[in-house]
Design a protein around this ligand. Structure first.
Ligand code: ADP
Ligand code: ASP
Ligand code: MG
Length: 408
């Protein structure tokens, strides 16, 4: 008998029919004697609909109120799931994040979980209840409702698994595991039986939305056994995220290709080339709570230089606003931006021991006539920023270049 946390994504609870199927699946696990905590997302499309309603009233909604609105999607699915479980003859009880006390900080719309009060859940489990906890949400120390950022139910599930010392955290979704790249873009993508935390962290942070990055961080930190599985199939082991590196002789150099469409680039032209300039530009951007990704500063000429960086596309207008104020202070010439870019990355721990990955990548993209606008590398990844219209072509090309379509 084990304690298992099972998270079901939006598509998996997308209709009452599917919610009934989830209840049936949970009933099978219960019949085997396992204790189960279920963490659903909102029904697919619902969180977008709720945020859309808020934006009909305010273009830049107050984030505290936005969280009050966005968190309701999950409140509906927990109740529906509990009802569906009752219909299966199970004892089940639902809780919102605030009720269980998923304590978070007060960063509305991207709050971090600080602590989870497990007493209530443990008591219910002991009495034979399936405990259904709303994903994506918590409450801060003052009782304000918070949400954990898009895709945050993954993190709720892993955090609950960590807090309760669960034997496994199962992420049920609309694909049967983690693939070498998004199977919706490359049909030849292969399912991986295992992937290391390190690689999964990179894949998630570089845009593979199959797991929210914080859920992977959490699982790594608290040693949670994390598995991605299909909610539509009954067979299959899915993908296990492992601490161990693949010890086989023929370790693949590249494990996967990640991409992100949510990118935008901003360039400050004609910046005086003197100490402190990067801080003067990026300090106010960071103060506005905008995450900065890649940064490039050109070689100075005639005492000035150009400074480029990328941000999430949703933060583009806000960043432009910040830079317009900065421009006057530092005496820059002009601000230009490009919203039609994307980022494509090759990820693999095998890269450490194999030089030449970058050159293979750049050659393959050059042969397709794809221009690289920015490049960034780490020990286990290479990322390029390109025109968004080349995204699919670039991902397919790299998937092939690194033989990811070939069976191991
Ligand atoms: P859920 O609603 O269940 O949380 P998501 O849409 O957040 O589901 O995540 C699952 C989706 O992630 C898949 O449908 C797939 O299109 C996408 N995805 C992106 N990269 C990958 C990858 N490397 N492996 C599997 N799925 C991926
Ligand atoms: N419903 C939330 C979202 O759409 C959280 C999640 O699905 O994980 O982002
Ligand atoms: Mg998700």
């Amino acid at each position: 008998m084990a304690l298992i946390v099972q998270k079901f994504g939006g598509t998996s609870v997308g209709s009452t029919e599917r919610i009934k199927n989830v209840a049936k699946r949970v009933a099978r696990w219960r019949a085997q004697g396992h204790d189960i905590i279920v963490v659903p997302s909102a029904m697919s499309g619902e969180t977008n609909r709720l945020i859309g309603l808020a934006r009909e009233i305010a273009a830049e909604p107050d984030l505290r109120e936005l969280d009050v609105i966005a968190s309701t999607g999950e409140q509906v699915t927990i109740g529906l799931l509990a009802l569906a479980m009752h219909a299966e003859g199970l004892k089940a009880k639902s809780y919102t994040g605030a009720q269980v006390r998923v304590l978070t900080d007060s960063t509305f719309s991207k709050a971090r979980i600080l602590q989870i009060d497990d007493a209530r859940i443990r008591a219910d489990l002991e009495q034979g209840f399936v405990v259904v906890v709303a994903g994506f949400q918590g409450a801060d120390a003052d009782g304000n409702i918070t949400t954990l950022g898009r895709g945050g139910s993954d993190t709720s599930a892993v955090a609950l698994a960590a807090a309760l010392g669960a034997d496994e955290c199962q992420i049920y979704t609309d694909v049967d595991g983690v693939y070498t790249t998004d199977p919706r873009v490359v049909p030849e993508a292969r399912k991986l039986d295992t992937i290391t935390f390190e690689e999964m962290l990179e894949m998630a942070s570089l845009g593979s939305k199959v797991l929210q990055i914080r859920s992977v961080e959490f699982a790594g930190k608290y040693k949670v056994k994390l598995r991605v599985l299909s909610s539509f199939e009954d067979e299959g082991e899915g993908t296990l995220i492992t601490v161990e590196e693949d010890k086989r002789m023929e370790q693949p150099i590249i494990s996967g290709i990640a991409f992100s469409r949510d990118e935008a680039k901003l360039t400050v032209l004609g910046v005086p080339d003197r100490p402190g300039i990067a801080y003067q530009i990026l300090g106010p951007v960071a103060d506005a709570n905008i995450d900065i990704d890649m940064i490039i500063q050109n070689v100075g000429r005639d005492g000035t230089t150009d400074f480029s960086f990328t941000v999430n596309r949703a933060d583009y207008n806000k960043t432009l606003g910040v830079l317009e104020t900065v421009k006057g202070h530092i005496g820059a010439r002009e601000i230009v931006g490009d919203k039609h870019i994307c980022k494509v990355s090759a990820v693999g721990v095998g890269m450490r021991s194999h030089p030449g990955v970058a050159s293979s990548m750049f050659r393959a993209l050059a042969e397709e006539g794809i221009n690289l606008k920015m490049i960034s590398t780490s020990e286990i990844k290479i990322s390029v920023v390109i025109d968004e219209k080349y995204l699919e072509l670039a991902v397919r090309t790299l998937h092939k270049t690194f033989d990811l379509d070939k069976a191991e």
